[in-house]
Design a protein around this ligand. Sequence first.
Ligand code: PEP
Length: 253
Amino acid sequence: MRKKIVAGNWKMNKSFDEGIQLVKEIIELYAQEVKSQTYVVIAPPYIHLHKIQPLLFDMPMIALGAQNCSEMSSGAYTGEISTAMLKSVGCDYVIIGHSERRQYFNETNDLLAKKIDIALTNLLQPIYCVGETLDERNSGKLFEIIESQLSEALYHLPSENMRQVVVAYEPVWAIGTGQTASSAQAQEMHGFIRKIIAKKFGDELAENISILYGGSVKPDNAKELFSQPDIDGGLIGGAALQARSFIDIVKGF
Ligand code: PEP
């Protein structure tokens, strides 16, 4: 049985106090209202992580994640945060390869492969993001692009490491635009991703890997997206900034 996961990526939002308040509200609503076995990952800015960790002690279904990490292990890399540091403040997950990192910080598949390796070394589960731009979708090269994002960053992994990876399909044209992929478009890509993972790593591994959808997921479209056979949850941006909308998305399962 693969894990159902809804992850909230706060991006560069929320002051320290606002962030702590938001987590407290999420915990309360989750405890009161969520009946399904759905895991939640909260990925706030780095500064919130240490303070959030103790708030989650009694919440085994809610884990902490970071939005990024360095590909280096330690040393003179001003401004960077290592995966060992993230583990030391209680992170279990790290988002790697978000399209904003690819677009604004020139992160390539080769660099992302290194981040994935060091995350796994420090026992963090990567949430590895892939997705096409609108031009790439319209060019007809959609599937090739997703396959190369997967193969260049993940295919070097031994199976036992690949099992720890969560994949997030996030069409770039759907992120923050209010224009979500239809459930059929999302299912088509998720099915494709699972198929090519099966080709490389075998059916059993592919069947057990969680593949999340991201891109303008809201309470009113979550249920339909999550009902697709190859969609195992969501990576949520804007709607993760309010406890009510985030938990209503979690309740889409
Ligand atoms: C994201 O940033 O990963 C994302 C999916 O954002 P939004 O939900 O706002 O489209």
